[in-house]
Design a protein around this ligand. Structure first.
Ligand code: GNR
Ligand code: NI
Length: 172
């Protein structure tokens, strides 16, 4: 297992639509393990492969709270099969969008289809923070960041802040 570097916006590598996994093999399992380690280290509750520069449809998620038993989920080719009409609002953050937190409205519950680490098809009913997180991760696989869901003004303020930070980092 190894930690991988997390890309931060603005970065063209975060705006790519990712390719489906053909089959969950040893290489994908190693990627999933590295991603979980990187996510726990960050720390975060989810991570998409694109955030570590791998353009494959792979995500990991663990929304267990501190002190709770870990609940790692490893998913390849995750897909929303069904969602609630009902929406809910969460304040979202993103490891690729550091220090910016904004409210985003999404379906409150969803059914997700995916391949597990043994290449077996699974479905999962998710609600609450888990549903939000899985939808946030699937957005990443389509090159979408949570700031893309904000008003034009809020998004442009966020992009400005992120661009400024990158310039400062490059100079130091
Ligand atoms: O750690 C994370 N927290 C979070 C909080 C609310 C909604 C979504 C998330 S996902 C984020 C980690 C991340 O960037 N995943 O792509
Ligand atoms: Ni994110």
């Amino acid at each position: 297992m190894a930690l991988r570097e997390i890309l931060t916006a603005p970065d063209p590598r975060l705006t790519v639509a990712c390719a489906k996994v053909v089959s969950v093999d040893d290489e994908i399992r190693a990627l999933m393990d590295d991603m979980l380690e990187t996510m726990y280290d960050a720390p975060g509750i989810g991570l998409a492969a694109i955030q570590v520069g791998v353009h494959k449809r792979v995500i990991v998620v663990d929304v267990a709270g501190e002190g709770e038993e870990p609940q790692p989920l490893k998913m390849a080719n995750p897909e929303i099969l069904d969602d609630h009409g009902q929406l809910s609002i969460y304040q979202e953050g993103c490891l690729s969008v550091p220090d910016i937190y904004e409210e985003v409205e999404r379906p409150a519950a969803c059914v997700v289809g995916y391949l597990d680490e043994h290449n077996q098809p699974q479905t999962l009913k998710a609600e609450g923070l888990l549903a939000t997180c899985i939808q946030h991760e699937i957005d990443h696989l389509n090159g979408i960041l949570f700031i893309d869901h904000l008003s034009k003004l809020k998004k442009s303020m966020a992009v400005k802040k992120l661009t400024k930070r990158k310039k400062l980092q490059a100079a130091s």
